[in-house]
Design a protein around this ligand. Structure first.
Ligand code: CDP
Ligand code: CDP
Length: 226
């Protein structure tokens, strides 16, 4: 049987992480773990409970009593919060614009990292997020850091919204993405950062297929090696 490796994919919002991670996982018959969805699920629950997103103790009280599950579905990964499907609820702009506050807290991150590492114990995993190559899976055989210009990333999200029939304001998206980049990159604990041994791929003018091919080449090289 071939070696089952771990693949870490990090990068800023709308760089294409989850799209390519899902395809790579499917091609290799690996599991895909969307760590951003875990922070989003906690944020959603904290908002529902009217908790202060600045208050680490309240967030930890919630997180310690919360079960977050990621399960494959027909149209992509489904996210369950305490047994309820919240796949759509965690993508609202309210959650999107609050999640970087929740994900700043050290204790929240420590608990999330433990849960994420437990999914990857046996290898055969593609995990995407902000700190996977640097903190969650520092020994991952393949580490990718995906980039794209802010303008391109805002256009990608805008097109997604239009496709889904949601209202969308390109300039506002650009501002929101830039603010989230700043909060995620400048936080003290596990900021968004390329791991020293990660391969950087600028996807600004690449198709999804081209990005997938580049990652598959690196993966196959590592799967084939001892
Ligand atoms: O899909 P998108 O790139 O918009 O975001 P996401 O991957 O769902 O992540 C949402 C937020 O969760 C990020 O902006 C970070 O604040 C946080 N996050 C994190 O801190 N660490 C991770 N490993 C993944 C996400
Ligand atoms: O997970 P992340 O927030 O990094 O991005 P995503 O949700 O995978 O991708 C955002 C959007 O960009 C999706 O609609 C993808 O289809 C699109 N995309 C693209 O147009 N070209 C790429 N090379 C990668 C993604």
């Amino acid at each position: 049987m071939s070696k089952r490796i771990s693949i870490a994919i990090d990068g800023p919002a709308a760089a294409g992480k989850s799209t390519v991670a899902k395809i790579v996982a499917e091609k290799l018959s690996y599991i895909y773990i969307d760590t951003g969805a875990m922070y989003r699920a906690l944020t959603y629950k904290a908002i529902q409970k009217n908790a202060s997103l600045e208050d680490e103790a309240s967030l930890m009280e919630i997180l310690n009593n919360t079960v977050i599950e990621l399960q494959p579905g027909e149209k992509g990964q489904l996210i369950y919060l305490d047994g309820l499907d919240v796949t759509n609820e965690i993508r609202t702009s309210e959650v999107t614009n609050s999640v970087s506050i929740v994900s700043m807290h050290k204790l929240v991150r420590e608990e999330m990292v433990l849960r994420q590492q437990s999914f990857a114990l046996n290898g055969g995993v593609v995990m995407d997020g902000r700190d996977i190559g640097t903190h969650v899976l520092p020994h991952a055989e393949v580490k990718i850091f995906l980039l794209a210009s802010v303008d391109e990333r805002a256009v990608r999200r805008h097109n997604e919204n239009i496709q889904k029939g949601y209202p969308s304001d390109l300039e506002k998206l650009k501002e929101e993405i830039s603010l989230r980049d700043k909060l995620d990159s400048e936080r003290e604990v596990a900021p968004l950062k390329k791991a020293d041994d990660a391969k950087e791929i600028d996807t600004t003018s690449l198709s999804i297929c081209q990005v997938v091919d580049k990652i598959m080449d690196l993966a196959i090289e590592r799967i084939g090696s001892k």
